[in-house]
Structure formats: C-alpha cells, structure tokens
Design a protein around this ligand. Structure first.
Ligand SMILES: [Zn+2]
Length: 97
C-alpha cells in the first residue's frame, strides 16, 4: 500500500489512539515520509469492536433498578429482535432470539 497523499511507503502501526472518544489500541497505517495516517475498513471495524467491549464494561455500572440501558451499538445490533437475559454467576448472557 502507498500513501494516497505523497505516494510514500505506509507502515503498519499499533498504537493507543482516540476513536470516537475512547482510548483503544488500534491498528492503522502511517506514511513514513509525510506521516499521514489512515485506516482500512477492517482496522476501523476492529477498533469499533473494542469500543463495544469497553461500552459493555460501562454498562455494568449503569444498571439501575430493574432495567439495563443498552449501549447504542448493541441496541442497533439487536434492534427489532427479542433478547433474553440469562444471569450467570459473574455475567449476564444476552441471547438474541
Ligand atoms: Zn505520505
């Protein structure tokens, strides 16, 4: 892969970067000559998956009373589907039906 700006060599990097307000380890390409950074769709998706994991951790602290607020990304995934919550010893399993 070549840099779309200067045609220089792109180097694969793994760094903690800020993605949508979350500091997650993400993989991306950085140009060795002009330092332009870019992400492939696949790299972006992996980063987003990590955010969903982080949000899932936040979810635990936002349990109030008898309902659980789903993070937006999970809500989008389960939109229109019935889900079942199965409480385990140290986890709650969400099953979509
Ligand atoms: Zn470049």
């Amino acid at each position: 892969m070549k840099c779309p700006i200067c045609g220089g060599e792109l180097k694969k990097m793994v760094e903690k970067s800020n993605l949508k307000g979350f500091g997650v380890l993400t993989e991306f390409y950085r140009c060795v000559s002009c330092e332009e950074e870019l992400m492939t769709e696949d790299q972006f998706r992996k980063g987003m998956d990590k955010i969903i994991e982080l949000k899932a951790k936040i979810l635990v602290s936002s349990v109030e009373g008898d309902y659980i607020k789903l993070p937006k990304e999970l809500a989008k995934r389960f939109k229109g589907k019935s889900i079942e919550l199965i409480p385990g010893e140290d986890r709650i399993v969400v099953i979509s039906k």
